[in-house]
Design a protein around this ligand. Structure first.
Ligand code: NAP
Length: 319
C-alpha cells in the first residue's frame, strides 16, 4: 500500500519513486530502448535512466512529441544521452524498419523496455489486420524483441554485462477473457470486450516474458551470455492511457491524486527491474512495487506461454 509505504523484501514499496529505486546506481556505458517514451511512464523511465547515465533511445510513433520530451529532459540534465527513433508497434513493417535502422546505427543494446501500450480501445484492426490492442501491446513487442535479440546478445558478450528485457504488463491481465488468450477468435468483433481484450494483451506480455526467459536460459548456457526477461505491473497512475474513456479519465484526474500512484512512482518498478543489482540473474518473474509478485494462474501456465509463442511467430512471419 503506497499510502502507508510498506516495504517489501527489496526494501522498496509502492510509494518508492524511480529516482529512489535507482539512487546511487551508475548506468554509464549502458544503452536502452524505451518504447512509448513520449508519454506517461515512458517519459519518466527515459528521464531517470538518462539521469543515471544510460544512453536512451526513445522509440516513439510521434517523433515530434518524442523530440519535445528529449528537449525538456536535456534542459534538466544537460549531459543526458538521448536519441529519438520512429516506431509504430501496430505495424509490423514499422517494427522491421526500426530494428533494421537500429542495427545500421551500430549502437549496442543492454536494456529493452517494452513499455508502450494502449488500453480498452473500441474494436479496431492494426495495419496487419490483427486486433489493435493485441497487435500493439503484444505482437509488435514480440517481433521487436526477436529482431533485437542478436544485438542484445552481442552487447552482453562484448560488455560482459547482463542484458535485461522488461515487459510493462498490468494487473489488468487478471481481467482477460476466461480462456486467457482467444487464439481462434483474436479478431472476433462480435465477442469483443475492450477491457477483456486489454487484459488479454497484458496477459500476453507476462507469458511472452516467461517463455522468452525459458528460451534465453538455454541460450545463456550455450553462449555464455546473460540476458533476463521479466514483466511487471507499474501500479495505477493517471496518464494518457485512458484516452478512450473520457468520463473515467475525468473522474480519475479529479480524485486520482488521493489514491493513485504519481508518475515518478509509476516508473519505479520499470527502473528497478532495468537497473537494480538486486535483480541480477532474476528472470521469468512478475514484479509489482519493485518486489517480486504473484500473477494469475493463466500467467503461470507454461503450456499457454508456449502456445502464445508459436501463435505469435505465425502472426509475425506470414507466409
Ligand atoms: N497508467 C496505468 O495506470 C497503467 C497501469 C498498468 C499498466 N500500464 C502500462 O504502462 C504502459 C505505459 O502506459 P502509460 O500509462 O504511460 O500510458 P500513456 O501515457 O498513454 O503512454 C503510452 C505510450 O505508448 C505509446 N504508444 C501507443 N501506441 C503505440 C504504437 N502503436 N506504437 C508506438 N507507441 C505507441 C504512446 O504513444 P502516443 O503518445 O503517440 O500515443 C505513449 O507514448 C502501458 O503498457 C500500460 O499498459 C499502465
Amino acid at each position: 500500500m503506497w499510502i502507508f509505504g510498506w516495504k517489501g523484501p527489496s526494501g522498496f514499496s509502492a510509494s518508492s519513486t524511480a529516482e529512489e529505486v535507482t539512487q546511487g546506481i551508475d548506468g554509464t556505458g549502458l544503452t536502452a530502448i524505451v518504447t512509448g517514451a513520449s508519454s506517461g511512464i515512458g517519459v519518466e523511465t527515459t528521464r531517470v535512466l538518462a539521469l543515471r547515465g544510460v544512453h536512451v533511445v526513445m522509440a516513439v510513433r510521434n517523433v515530434d512529441a518524442g523530440r519535445n520530451v528529449k528537449e525538456s529532459i536535456l534542459k534538466e540534465i544537460p549531459g543526458a544521452r538521448i536519441d529519438v527513433m520512429e516506431l509504430d508497434l501496430s505495424s509490423l513493417a514499422s517494427v522491421r524498419k526500426f530494428a533494421s535502422d537500429y542495427e545500421s546505427s551500430s549502437l549496442p543494446l543492454n536494456l529493452l523496455i517494452n513499455n508502450a501500450g494502449i488500453m480498452a480501445t473500441p474494436f479496431m484492426l492494426s495495419h496487419d489486420n490483427i486486433e489493435l490492442q493485441f497487435a500493439t501491446n503484444h505482437i509488435g513487442h514480440f517481433l521487436l524483441t526477436n529482431l533485437l535479440l542478436e544485438t542484445m546478445k552481442n552487447t552482453a558478450c562484448k560488455s560482459n554485462r547482463e542484458g535485461r528485457i522488461v515487459n510493462v504488463s498490468s494487473e489488468g491481465h487478471r481481467f482477460a477473457y476466461r480462456e486467457g488468450i482467444r487464439f481462434d477468435k483474436i479478431n472476433d468483433e462480435s465477442g469483443y470486450y475492450s477491457m477483456f481484450a486489454y487484459g488479454q494483451s497484458k496477459l500476453a506480455n507476462i507469458l511472452h516474458a516467461k517463455e522468452l526467459a525459458k528460451r534465453l536460459k538455454v541460450h545463456n548456457m550455450e553462449d555464455g551470455v546473460e540476458i533476463t526477461a521479466n514483466s511487471l505491473h507499474p501500479g495505477s497512475i493517471m496518464t494518457n492511457l485512458l484516452r478512450h474513456h473520457s468520463f473515467i479519465n475525468a473522474i480519475g484526474n479529479m480524485v486520482g491524486k488521493y489514491f493513485l500512484k504519481n508518475i515518478p512512482q509509476g516508473a519505479a518498478t520499470t527502473c528497478y527491474v532495468a537497473l537494480h543489482p538486486q535483480v541480477k540473474g532474476v528472470s521469468a518473474e512478475y514484479l509489482s512495487d519493485s518486489n517480486i509478485s504473484n500473477p494469475s494462474s493463466n500467467a503461470k501456465d507454461a503450456e499457454l506461454a508456449k502456445r502464445l509463442w508459436d501463435f505469435s511467430l505465425i502472426l509475425t512471419n506470414p507466409k
